[in-house]
Design a protein around this ligand. Structure first.
Ligand SMILES: [Zn+2]
Length: 76
């Protein structure tokens, strides 16, 4: 296996250097995601500091939902 494959993959992600906008569903503050933010990542809202999970990134718009870290209802 060529180790440079992984490297070029990371590179490709970096070349996509565009601002992704996201709106906080809690306070409706619109902000830009850090470069390299991926779906599934949990980030704090810059305004109300609630934990936001990035559920979807489409083009330059990301969809976030409030991450509920304290509640875990995985099985009954
Ligand atoms: Zn917020």
């Amino acid at each position: 296996m060529n180790p440079s494959f992984t490297y070029s993959y990371n590179c490709k992600k970096k070349v996509t250097n565009k601002m992704v906008k996201c709106e906080c569903p809690s306070c409706f503050f619109e902000f830009e995601l850090d470069d390299g933010t991926i779906e599934g990542e949990v980030i704090p809202c810059p305004d109300c500091v609630v934990d936001l999970e990035i559920v979807k990134i489409e083009g330059d718009v990301a969809t976030a939902q409030v991450a509920e870290m304290s509640e875990e209802d995985w099985g009954e």
